[in-house]
Design a protein around this ligand. Structure first.
Ligand SMILES: Nc1ncnc2c1ncn2[C@@H]1O[C@H](COP(=O)(O)OP(=O)(O)OP(=O)(O)O)[C@@H](O)[C@H]1O
Ligand SMILES: [Mg+2]
Length: 389
């Protein structure tokens, strides 16, 4: 199919994702101008798969055909399974739903060969790390690690069902997918992308620490509104977390069960009750995971390498879907807002500007009706004048 679509004018053959990819590649070469492709559609529609096909096509026309695992092209392609292991999860609609937005910029040199790439991610769904509902799952990497055999033993991990962050939903397996095989695929992708063995250990150690951290429970302490580590099981998970994160266990307990407030007179230490300590624990888990994800993206970028002299680039945006749940969190609000902004961009270019041009050139044209979401955007982002309130 790639061969068929190569160099053929858009519209000559049946519609195909390769036709769009080819058109953008030709436009970049002929006009020496960067291009971008926005892939949209509801959850499960096939955005991520389409993005991968576009990347595959661009590496086909712009690659050097070196049969080396560590070529820029191969690294760009292998960054997909790696990011999916850490940023995708099973949802009601899609077993491999992206829970983050991704913009991949493929850089080309003067002759149209791939010379570098950069991946930018946004709005990772952090809340999923600590809270899931049946039949959804947490991020794939946790189940992969729990099923990894010897490596799981190393971090004293049992079956996924023994961890609070994973057993809130009773779904552990995906149809047609073996968690252990996926673990080795993720490790292989890490090798290709250039993440060293010691960094790989550090990544999985951090994941294991998050699972142990989630199993720490609290019971009421001596004073009212105070809390302590519940029992010996929780204490085991606390010790494991501290060992894996290489921090002092006592310090970890005090960071979980107390809060320090900075005042003019100095620092006041306030005890936290069980619910607040658990919220504190979850906040720590989310932050560690989000930082791990950012670190991963940063390292993939460093390893693939940027071409600062690149003449033109093709960017592919795999957006992160709009959703409306029974309870929409602030996180979902931000995601939906980002999508509304993209919709406005689309309205602006496809409807507003295009129709203005028709009007100015006095072309006979019947207006296309579309829903303009500008009012909604104004409500959220426009500075309100408070004088008359
Ligand atoms: N071109 C394709 N060929 C075969 N299967 C496909 C194709 N596109 C999508 N699918 C199937 O649909 C599933 C969902 O696709 P994908 O993950 O790309 O959706 P998405 O639009 O990215 O969804 P989300 O917004 O949840 O991330 C894939 O796991 C695959 O099984
Ligand atoms: Mg997706």
């Amino acid at each position: 199919m790639m061969e068929q679509y190569k160099g053929v004018q858009l519209g000559e053959l049946s519609p195909h994702v390769f036709a769009v990819a080819d058109a953008s590649y030709r436009a970049m070469l002929n006009d020496s101008m960067s291009q971008s492709i926005l892939v949209s559609g509801e959850s499960g529609a096939g955005k991520t798969e389409t993005t991968k096909l576009i990347m595959r096509y661009l590496t086909y026309v712009g690659g050097r055909a070196v049969l080396d695992d560590r070529s820029v092209e191969q690294q760009v392609l292998e960054s997909n399974p790696l990011l999916e292991a850490f940023g995708n999860a099973k949802t009601v609609r899609n077993d491999n739903s992206s829970r983050f937005g991704k913009f991949v910029e493929i850089q080309f040199d003067k002759s149209g060969r791939i010379s570098g790439a950069a991946i930018r991610t946004y709005l990772l769904e952090r809340s999923r790390v600590v809270q899931i509902t049946d039949p959804e799952r947490n991020f794939h990497c946790f189940y992969q690690l729990c099923a990894s055999g010897k490596d799981a033993e190393l971090y004293k991990l049992g079956h996924a069902s023994t961890f609070h962050y994973l057993n809130q939903s009773k779904t552990y397996e995906l149809e047609g997918i073996n968690n252990e095989d996926e673990y080795w695929k993720t490790k292989r992708a890490m090798d290709i992308v250039g993440i060293s063995r010691s960094d790989q250990d550090a990544i999985f150690r951090t994941l294991a620490a998050i699972l142990h951290l989630g199993n720490i429970e609290f019971s009421p302490g001596k004073d009212s509104d105070s809390s302590k580590i519940k029992d010996s099981t929780s204490n085991f998970h606390l010790q494991m977390t501290a060992t894996l994160l290489m921090c002092d266990p006592d310090l970890l307990v005090s960071s979980l069960c107390t809060r320090s407030i900075h005042t003019n007179e100095g620092i006041i230490i306030k005890e936290l009750d069980c619910a607040a300590a658990a919220a504190n624990r979850d906040a720590l888990s989310k932050t560690i995971y989000a930082r791990l994800f950012d670190w991963l993206v940063e390292n993939i970028n460093k390893s693939i390498g940027q071409d600062v002299d690149s003449k033109a680039q093709i960017g592919v945006l795999d957006i992160y879907g709009f959703e409306s749940f029974k309870h929409n969190s602030f996180e979902q609000f931000c995601i939906n807002f980002a999508n509304e902004k993209l919709q406005q961009h689309f309205n602006e270019h496809v409807f507003k500007m295009e129709q203005e041009e028709y009007k100015s050139e006095k072309i006979n044209w019947s207006y296309i009706e579309f829903i303009d979401n500008q009012d909604m955007l104004d409500l959220i982002e426009k500075h309100q004048c408070t004088d008359d309130v």
